[in-house]
Design a protein around this ligand. Structure first.
Ligand code: DQA
Length: 145
């Protein structure tokens, strides 16, 4: 089973970026922990991060035929990107939306997600654990299908 993990803008700054909200782990550390969990679950995991909306759209388009499912932390683009939504509608790859912080406990602008209704489900607010929980949930769902 092939799982893609897509990360949006500013997540490359984790570790130093607003640690009181996002914690002190770097994205590389989170990627390593996610890879380890993927190995335990017996699935392949491909990791992407971009600061650019078009590149995230390209990454979603590439999922078709290449990934069985995806974990998506679209970061700020979660709240704004109709292009991201359209790409997900086009490829129809099952995905879990995830966030480190609880977006519903933050500013009102973060309460809306452009993609949440397309997702299997959401994991939001568990810090780096959000990635591991989302992976476990996605793999469980795909295996049950
Ligand atoms: C985030 C939450 C978003 O609102 C924010 O723009 C991010 C990170 C999270 O993982 O908590 O960049 O997706």
């Amino acid at each position: 089973m092939r799982i893609a993990v897509l990360n949006g803008p500013n997540l490359n700054m984790l570790g130093t970026r607003e640690p009181e909200i996002y914690g002190s782990h770097t994205l590389a550390e989170i990627a390593a922990a996610t890879q380890e969990r993927a190995r335990d679950l017996g699935v392949e995991c491909a990791w992407t991060q971009t600061n650019h909306e078009g590149e995230l759209v390209d990454a979603v388009q590439r999922l078709k035929g290449r990934a069985d499912g995806a974990l998506i932390n679209a970061a700020s683009l979660t709240h704004t990107s109709l292009g991201l939504r359209d790409a997900l509608l086009a490829v129809q790859v099952p995905f879990v939306e995830l966030h480190l912080s609880n977006i519903f406990a933050r500013e009102p602008a973060r309460h809306h997600s452009m993609i949440a209704d397309l997702a299997i489900g959401l994991v939001t607010g568990f810090g780096p654990q959000s990635y591991l929980l989302a992976l476990q949930a996605l793999v469980g769902r795909l295996r049950a299908a």
